[in-house]
Design a protein around this ligand. Structure first.
Ligand SMILES: [Fe+2]
Length: 185
């Protein structure tokens, strides 16, 4: 599967702009992680990000099984499918590949970072600083749907402190702010 094919699949299965953007944010974060780790298959990392939630809108209760079945039919690599299967469980991700761990680690945090950007006056991720993210992570009422436990577990999976993980993931989204629709409005 090419990146363009993954993009088409995302647009075909997901209509909500917010979920599309979430998938693109996670893809961006993973591309930066892959580069940082010197991975050779950058595109596979990015595709895993783009498609990790692509069946969520149509199958919220069975996610990610229906999407995985479709990706298997399309001949998508086991490396990508395994990461998507693993991203719903920290225990599974812990025992998997570097991509499995990174997908788990970026998923909830990307959702949180876009929630922080949304309350900035400009709605831009460029205005978000690690310190304000750390503060909001300690405010349970803010973006309450984001599991702080999963965010913390993700940092641990990456072998980083929470602040390091926030800073690096934020850097990735800031680098892609405009294409992600997270630039100044
Ligand atoms: Fe996600």
């Amino acid at each position: 599967m090419t990146l363009a094919e993954a993009e088409s699949l995302l647009e075909e299965w997901v209509t909500a702009p917010s979920l599309r953007r979430h998938c693109r944010c996670v893809a961006s974060a993973l591309r930066h992680e892959a580069t940082r780790q010197g991975a050779e298959n950058l595109q596979e990392w990015e595709i895993a990000g783009l498609l990790h939630d692509f069946d969520y809108e149509s199958h919220p209760d069975q996610h990610p099984a229906p999407g995985l079945a479709h990706l298997a039919e399309l001949g998508v690599s086991p490396f990508i499918r395994q990461a998507i299967a693993a991203h719903v469980s920290v225990e599974v991700a812990r025992q998997g590949s570097a991509l499995d761990r990174a997908l788990f680690a970026c998923d909830e945090l990307c959702g949180f970072l876009t929630a922080v950007a949304a309350v900035r006056p400009s709605k831009s991720i460029l205005e978000v600083e690690p310190a304000s993210v750390m503060k909001k992570l300690k405010t349970p009422a803010f973006a309450a749907a984001v599991s702080r436990e999963d965010v913390a577990a993700g940092a641990e999976l990456m072998g980083r402190t929470l602040e390091q993980h926030v800073t690096l993931t934020l850097e990735a989204l800031r680098a892609d702010a405009v294409p992600l629709g997270l630039g100044p409005s």
